[in-house]
Structures are given as C-alpha cells and as structure tokens.
Design a protein around this ligand. Structure first.
Ligand code: AMP
Length: 484
C-alpha cells in the first residue's frame, strides 16, 4: 500500500512545495520511502528511503522546478525497501514519462523474467511501477505520430492494462506537458481527482486519498472510475477516458483500517463508514443477546470512530483506555513474533482507572495474527478489568492480500482454520464478536448505492483478478525463504 499525489498547476506556478504538504497528509500510507518528480521542460527528481519530513529540505524545493509534479510515499510489501525502489520512476526515451503508483502487480515475475526480456526490456528495480511504466511506454511508442494527446494516452493505458495484472492506481507526467492518471479495471485501489479554482484559472490534482486535497485547498472533483484514465494539460480542460471496465470492487480494508478518517473514497466518508461499522457492531451485539458492558474502549487510532458510535448505540460510556505512543514504529511489520509482541505493550499503555472493576468492550478494526488483541486483553485484565469483551469492525481475516496490503502469509492468520470460539480462547477474551460480512459491506456502501461490491479477498480468499492465487503462492515461498 502506498500513496501518491500529482498536481497540474497553472503555468508559472511552482508546485513542489505543495506536493510536500500533500505527502505529509498521506504519510500514513507509507513510511518507508518518498519521492517527488517535477517537470519544467525536463524532469527533476528527489527520492530516498525515510519519512517525508526527513527527505525534503528547502533547497530541494528550489531544485524541483515546474508546475507539473507527482509525488509518492512508499509502504514496502514483501522483499522491498531498497532505495532504488523508491518512486516516482521516469524515462526520457523514446519520450518522457514519469510515474508513481499504489498497488501490486500479480504477474510481475512473469513480466520481468519472460515477457519484457522478449521485448528487450530489462527491469532494474523490483518495483511494480517500473513494469507499468514500460507497458505504458510500449503502447505510447505505437502512437508517436497520433494526435490528439488523449488518443495517445488511451493507447498507452490500454497497453498497461493488457500487460499489468493486479490492482493499481497510477499518476504520471508526460513530457508533452500533461498530468495523467488511471485506475485498474476493477478499481481496487483508490484514485481521486481534485480541482482548485481561482481568479487566475483552474488547477487539477490527483491523489490516493482526498485528505491530500484538503490541506492544499483543492475540492474533491470526482473519483476516477475503474478502468478510467484522466489527462490534463495545465490551463486546459481535463479529459476523462473510459478505457475498459470490469466489476468495480474497491478494497474494503481501506475503509476498515488503511485510509485516514478525514478522507472520502469512492464518495464514501471513511469517518462515517467507521461510525456505521460501530453501529452495526452494537446492533449485532444486541441481537446476539450479549451482556451490556460498563464501557466501550477503542484500540487507537483506527477503531475510535466505530467505538464511539457503538457506545452510543449500546447506551454505555465511551472511554479512552489506551494511550498510543506514536513514536514506537510499526509493530506490525517487525520480523519476529517476539519483537512484535514486546513493542505492542510499549505502543499502547493503559489508563487503569478506566478498567478497575469494570466489564469493558474493546473495539479494534481487525485481528490478523492475534498478537495485538491478546496483549491488549492481557493488559486490560492487569489494569483491573473484571471482564474483557472484544469486537472487531471486520469479519475474520483469513487470507493474504495480493494487491499490496502487507498482512501475513496464510498460516499466520489466527482465524484461519479456527472457529470464532477458538479465536476467542486464543486471544483470551471473555466474549468475541466479529462484525458480519454483510453488515460490514452494507455499512461500507451505505452512502453510495453505485457501489455494489468490494474486494473482500482478505476475508474470503476469493479475489477479483484471476492470477491472484498463483501470485500469493510465489509470495509465500519468498517469505519462507527470507525467514531461513
Ligand atoms: P495482529 O496483532 O497481527 O492481530 O494485528 C492486528 C492489528 O494490526 C490491528 O490492531 C490492526 O489495526 C492492525 N493492522 C491490521 N492490518 C494491518 C496492516 N496491513 N498493516 C499494519 N497494521 C495492520
């Protein structure tokens, strides 16, 4: 999972500093590396491993010239992390094009080892966007004399869709002086277009999440549709091109965990969706005849909105029982179980007075390996809770994500081949409730009737694209090899 933003500013407007602000707003989507690529007749780039604030300095903004620029934050999936895999990527021949993406190709190995060598293309990095860039370039090359630019983009994106399988949203710059974007045929990854109107004219932007627009004064124009491309030359009207379309299945885990609550994805407020998850938990809790807790306590941060609405619906107080130390890094991706477990305790510290003698309902977004919930339940008991109930705003996670959300290999999921009762015992809760799939989906799509389905592969093992299962086998072998 990664994040990107691109801006087509008015001629003469320098946009790099704005992209920096946009990246800061998207930092939650990737803390491993970041980069900005700008264009003022030629490309200028800075990218490196690290956090956005540590990579870019005032002199970089002077060097990153131009009114067209794209930027990226990277979240490594398996095997990644090297500096040369930081994005954006660009080529200058046979024409100039720069690109950044969010997502994962399921046929990258086949492209790298077979299809591209046959076309004399040698991929240098292990970053998927390089493959998309070359697939795009192969199409573009067939169009060099074609006009207008929108037709050339169409051919290039068709070529990208033909070669690159999986889930991806892409933002890019053409050296003709245009910003473009496209979203995969299933629209699994988010991609939104923004607009900023001033007395001087209209500027356009594209981003993974609308929160990047808020900080820059852009309004949400609309989400790209699945299989759709967008093109804008600064100062001109943009063009939307529907290239192909399969069933639109955006990733529901964006709403559950990944996106910021102040974003809108496919017209759905993430914050409101999480509130509805909480109401749905409360309804399910009551329908199941489970005992009313003394208080509802969220596992910060992603479960806060849901816990608040669940507490209201259950008619019990909402309490902050755990304080998160935001300077402890990501426990989730630490290599060993022992490291993951000890950092969870350092990351979440209890406020004992909220637990002493109380029956508490803890709400989290999800249970993956079960480390967090087990440790948190143990901590709540040590802090004096008389009973600890646990609920999640999603159903049991049982299958890895082939599309770039780092989760675990299939054997790591605590809910795989275990009943809900067995998971309850594993994590040490007095009661465990997983939000039903139907209720989660209904809450996710409530405000956008056009959304009929989501990608729910991590809950079902059924994925929208055909070669996802093969890809996961390869990934799991790679992880096993890394462990030895
Ligand atoms: P675990 O301890 O493995 O059960 O992880 C569950 C916790 O990790 C939950 O609190 C989630 O908020 C969080 N989580 C779930 N998926 C991810 C992910 N892909 N990356 C980072 N954290 C995650």
């Amino acid at each position: 999972m990664c994040g990107f933003i691109g801006i087509a500013g008015l001629p003469g407007n320098e946009v790099a500093a704005e992209l920096y602000e946009g990246l800061i707003a998207l930092q939650h989507r990737g803390q491993d590396a970041a980069g900005i690529l700008s264009f003022d007749g030629k490309f200028h780039q800075r990218k490196q491993n690290g956090m956005v604030r540590d990579i870019f300095h005032a002199q970089d903004m002077e060097h990153l010239k131009g009114n067209l620029a794209i930027a990226h934050v990277r979240y490594p999936t398996v095997g990644g992390g090297a500096g040369e895999d930081a994005q954006p990527f660009y080529i200058n021949f046979p024409f100039g094009v720069g690109m950044a993406h969010n997502g994962n190709l399921t046929n990258w190995v086949d492209l790298k080892s077979r299809k591209f060598p046959a076309a004399n293309i040698c991929l240098e990095s292990s970053c998927d966007v390089e493959a998309i860039l070359y697939a795009f370039a192969m199409g573009m090359q067939r169009t060099l004399k074609m006009d207008p630019l929108a037709d050339r983009l169409r051919t290039a994106v068709e070529s990208a869709f033909e070669h690159a399988k999986g889930a991806y949203s892409v933002v890019g710059i053409l050296s003709d002086g245009a910003l473009f974007a496209f979203r995969d045929p299933h629209g699994i990854k988010p991609c939104i277009v923004g607009r900023r109107v001033s007395a001087k004219g209209t500027e356009w932007a594209v981003a993974s999440e609308s929160v990047a627009f808020d900080v820059l004064g852009f309004e949400r124009f609309r989400d790209l549709k699945n299989g759709e491309a967008f093109l804008v030359v600064p100062g001109q009207d943009p063009v939307f091109i529907q290239i192909t379309q399969k069933k639109h299945t955006p990733c529901i885990f964006e709403l559950v965990y990944f996106a910021r609550p102040d974003s809108f994805l496919d017209g759905v407020s993430v914050y409101k969706a999480r509130q509805r998850f909480g109401e749905a938990i409360a309804a399910q809790w009551i329908e199941a005849g489970l005992p009313t807790p003394d208080a509802v306590i969220p596992i910060p941060d992603s479960a806060r909105d849901a816990a608040l609405s669940a507490a209201l619906a259950l008619g019990v107080p909402y309490r902050e029982g755990f304080i998160k130390n935001r300077y402890v890094g990501r426990t989730f991706i630490m290599p060993s179980q022992a490291q993951r477990k000890s950092s969870i305790r350092r990351k979440l510290n209890p406020i004992p007075i909220e637990f002493e003698g109380r029956t508490v309902l803890l709400i989290d977004d999800s249970i993956v390996r079960g480390n967090t919930s087990r440790k948190i339940i143990e901590t709540a008991r040590k802090a004096g809770a008389s009973k600890v109930y646990f609920a999640t705003t999603s159903p049991p996670l049982i299958a890895p994500c082939p599309y770039g959300i780092d989760m675990a290999t299939k054997d790591d999921f605590v809910a795989r081949n275990r009943s809900s009762e067995e998971v309850r015992i594993e994590i040490g809760a007095d009661l465990l409730l997983y939000l039903d799939m139907e209720r989660m989906i209904a809450a996710g799509r409530a405000k956008n009737p056009e959304l009929t389905e989501f990608c729910t592969g991590c809950f079902t093992g059924q994925y929208p694209t055909p070669d996802a299962a093969e890809h996961l086998e390869a990934l799991s072998a790679e992880r096993a090899a890394m462990r030895v």
